[in-house]
Design a protein around this ligand. Structure first.
Ligand code: EPZ
Length: 435
């Protein structure tokens, strides 16, 4: 009995050149789809990326009774009026981090929710205390059942309140926003996260008739409403997917036009690429990354909540810095353990030492092919970039992490001149079955 698994096989050394089109934002989609639970009519969501996290959240809504249909490769029809449950406790729910948005959406819809503790990428503690603090401020008390299920409920409608977040948490900002949309009165979220997907969610909710002001700033004000009408809404382009291809272009010393982006969302990434010597030209909905003009040099990076350098591009940029001469220092200020990919890069000849939240990269050594694995979504993307740069044939296993967040990555990279394919292999004998 063979256990068929998948891996990427990359024949490295090709310079990326040409154009790539960015898909809809994963982290906007996995918030907007649960938000439809709050709506009183069916919705159409466009520019949805065809990735496993989106399929998973759609299946979870179906388990709750919603009608979810993929109209075409990037459009979902969701009818939430048939939802007949306030619980999401199946194994599907444990498969992703964003399932915790069901808490806020169900609280807003039926003043109670039972949801499994979320899964998602493992890079240190991923508490949800700020989410629960926000729910409590709105009048919902919670308990942890059997160490696995969050049971949160309020006596009737939630009551608007003034909430100060200790940290500009993306998830907590989104979850409190979802719970407050139909609460009594006004809710103010101070020290709110400002990521592009927060603004996208607020725009989506407002298009349905919500009253949310200040998304994208430190202070978000939400005045509760009773009814949300159906809409057709198109999701923003994926800031992190775009940043990943920008890093890949620079790492291979190529020249790539990244289409279907919002350049303003990429400003911190663009600034860092310019700092190391890339030429970046910005258009209305595209950026051109040209790493052929001059040798690239080192830099330091500190990840920060938006508009700072995004933590979700940290592994990818670290891989790029392995290919440039000099010592670069990365300070990962958002997560307490987001360097699990370093041990994999080291197998490929990288010289990186990790001390707490700091990674010290001694760049300039040529990466060499090796069998490596994706330790999480963005770490997997970093392994792909390393494989593109390395001499020889790199094999990447555990690619399910990568396919959670990157639509058509094989086709997009090969169209840029890469040589990458997905191979199925027998895990028990590790013999490749077929491409
Ligand atoms: C979202 O995670 C993203 N995930 C992550 O992207 C991203 O890394 C992160 O925001 C930061 O931008 C999704 O959107 C699905 P946080 P989230 O709440 O909401 C602490 C990817 O690659 N914290 O902003 O979980 C937490 O421990 C994924 O697409 C608390 O202490 O991130 C961390 O140190 C990986 N208590 C920091 O805040 C809380 O209640 C940032 O967390 C919540 C968070």
């Amino acid at each position: 009995m063979c256990a068929t698994l998948e891996k990427y096989v990359i024949n490295g050394g090709n310079v990326l050149d040409g154009e790539v089109s960015i898909s809809g934002a994963k982290n906007a989609a996995v918030a907007i789809i649960p938000a439809v639970i709050l709506c009183d009519e069916p919705c159409r969501i466009e520019n949805i990326p065809n990735i496993s996290d989106v399929s998973l959240i759609g299946r979870i809504l179906q388990e709750m009774g919603a009608e979810v249909k993929r109209i075409d490769k990037s459009t979902l029809y969701i009818n939430p009026t048939k939802i007949n449950s306030c619980s999401a406790t199946s194994d599907l729910v444990r498969g992703m981090r964003a399932s915790y948005y069901l808490l806020g959406a169900l609280l807003g819809r039926c003043h109670q929710a039972k949801v499994c503790l979320p899964g998602g990428c493992n890079f240190g503690a991923r508490p949800i205390d700020l989410h629960l603090k926000g729910f409590a401020a709105l009048g919902a008390r919670h308990e942890l059942v059997n160490g696995a299920i969050i049971d949160v409920k309020s006596d009737g409608k939630l009551q608007g309140n003034h909430i100060y977040l200790d940290f500009a948490s993306v998830g907590a900002t989104i979850n409190i926003m979802l719970a407050a949309v139909k609460a009594e009165g006004q809710t103010v979220i101070e020290n709110a996260a400002k990521e592009p997907h927060i603004v996208d969610l607020a725009n989506f909710l407002n298009s349905m008739g919500a009253q949310i002001r200040g998304a994208g700033t430190d202070t978000i004000k939400i005045r509760g409403v009773d009814f949300l009408h159906g809409v057709t809404y198109s999701i923003i382009p994926d800031q992190i997917e775009a940043g990943t291809y920008m890093c890949a272009a620079a790492a291979t010393r190529g020249r790539v036009l990244v289409n279907n982006v919002t350049p303003k969302h990429l400003e911190s990434i663009t600034a860092k690429l310019r700092e190391i010597g890339c030429e970046i030209k910005e258009f209305d909905e595209a950026v051109l990354v040209d790493a052929t003009v001059r040798p690239l040099n080192r830099c330091n990076i500190k990840t920060m909540p938006h508009p700072g350098f995004p933590t979700d591009c940290q592994p990818q940029f670290a891989t790029l810095l392995c290919t440039v001469d000099g010592t670069s220092i990365i300070n990962e200020s958002v997560w307490d353990n987001r360097y699990q990919y370093v041990s994999e890069l080291t197998l490929m000849g990288a010289h990186i030492s990790v001390e707490g939240r700091l990674a010290i990269i001694e760049g300039g050594s040529k990466l060499t092919a090796a069998p490596v694995k994706a330790t999480d979504l963005r770490a997997g993307a970093a392994m792909v970039i390393a494989g593109l740069c390395a001499d020889g044939v790199t094999e990447i296993s555990s690619i399910q992490y990568i396919e959670r967040g990157y639509e058509n990555i094989i086709e997009k990279l090969n169209a840029l001149g890469a040589d990458i394919k997905k191979v199925y292999y027998d895990h028990t004998t590790d013999s490749s079955l077929r491409a």
